[in-house]
Design a protein around this ligand. Structure first.
Ligand code: GLV
Length: 387
């Protein structure tokens, strides 16, 4: 068992153990990947304010998200094809999250179905949908999520069409993979992945295959989005989807103050400041740069969370100190899953919690709600560089 001390260690193992097509799917942004890179680079520009001689005993990373108690305010984001990173990946990630005490969000584009995950956990999880034109599908999938006891709905509002990820096209990404010579050569070195995959029957998009009438190629994310996603999406339609669910709603993919105002006015219980991990509008600013303005605009009306770029507990601290009430992680836990399965997701959460706890202590803070702007040192003009 290798000694894992950071998310970067898990990422290295993930790359070594997972077919290139799926590692690349996780580890890409759209087009030039500028936004993908800047999400992490911008976190690195923000520094922490070391303080001493402050009682650091009795610390806790506990908090709440949407009124739910969490071991730390870090939820697992919806990630497509998680069950291709490792066999039964969604079940493994959901179980790790439940045991750790943080929320898990199941993506519509998952391999394990809503029912598969529900059968393997005992606490409610969250479910994510895209904004599709097909209301028949929308209603059925929301009924299934309700029947499975999902306690909140994440609506992804920044993906009406897919930002092109060059690697996915070059790799011929599908779930399950098509056995081209290049794929077979790659799989020959990923035997552990292959053996586990042969032992599960969950190798297709479990919420889609068998649940939709037509999909040009049900194995391809790109063709599903091109065919079904609602390019005429507007706020009335978002409201309709929220009403169709009738429970707590998180709108994910907000990157401007005006959109945040609209989301709050439409009744979102939480919003996620997000550029979809740099996978959609390449050239958009990083989430962390946009966060303070959005918190300022709507932080008293709805819970503001952040995703895109979190790779450590220090990053979590920075987002919370800038006013986020919580964050979502995607790649950081997927690295763990691809590296070591369920224990790898647990390890990713442990690493982040330990880093968060230690950094809080060294900033002289004991509780999540005490974190604030005084914990940070930020380059002058950082938030006003672009207008
Ligand atoms: C799906 O949401 C993706 O970003 O691939």
């Amino acid at each position: 068992m290798p000694v894992i001390t950071s998310i970067a260690d898990l990422k290295r193992l993930h790359k070594r153990r997972t077919p290139k097509m799926f590692y690349d799917y996780a580890e890409s942004g759209s087009y030039t990947e500028q936004t993908f890179r800047e999400n992490t680079e911008d976190f690195a520009q923000i520094r922490l304010n070391q303080r001493i001689a402050r009682d650091m005993t009795g610390r806790s990373t506990k908090s709440t998200m949407l009124g739910q108690d969490v071991a730390m305010p870090v939820a697992l984001a919806p990630v497509g094809m998680t069950g291709m990173q490792r066999a039964d990946g969604e079940i493994k990630a959901a179980r790790a999250a439940e045991k750790f005490g943080v929320p898990y969000t199941l993506s519509t584009m998952s391999i394990c179905s809503i029912e598969d995950v529900a059968e393997n956990v005992s606490q409610p999880f969250w479910f994510q949908i895209y904004t599709l034109t097909d209301d028949d599908y929308n209603k059925r999938v929301l009924d299934r999520a309700r029947a499975a006891g999902c306690s909140a709905l994440v609506i992804t509002v920044d993906l009406q069409l897919l930002g092109q990820r060059h690697k996915d096209l070059k790799n011929g990404l599908t779930a399950p993979p098509k056995f081209t010579p290049a794929v077979l050569a790659d799989l020959a070195t990923k035997w552990r992945w292959g053996i586990e995959m042969l032992q599960t029957k969950r190798r297709f998009f479990g919420n889609i295959v068998g649940h939709v009438e037509s999909a040009a190629d049900p194995a391809s994310l790109a063709s599903w989005t091109a065919e079904k996603f609602d390019q005429s999406l507007n706020w009335d339609r978002i409201k309709q989807l929220m009403d169709m669910w009738g429970g707590k709603v998180i709108l994910k993919g907000i990157l401007s103050e005006e959109d945040a105002e609209m989301a709050a006015a439409t009744g979102a219980d939480a919003i996620v400041v997000s550029n979809h991990g740099g996978r959609q509008l390449d050239g958009a600013l990083s989430s962390i740069r946009m966060l303070p303005k959005i918190v300022n605009a709507v932080g008293d009306k709805t819970e503001v969370w952040l995703d895109s770029g979190i790779r450590s507990g220090q990053d979590v601290l920075k987002a919370l100190a800038l006013g986020a009430k919580g964050v979502m992680i995607g790649r950081a836990y997927v690295y763990g899953l691809g590296a070591m399965g369920e224990p790898g997701v647990t390890k990713a959460l442990e690493v982040i919690q330990k880093e968060l706890d230690t950094s809080m202590a060294l900033c002289g803070k004991r509780r999540i709600e005490d974190l604030g702007r005084d914990d940070l040192l930020i380059p002058n003009g950082f938030f006003d560089t672009y207008s």
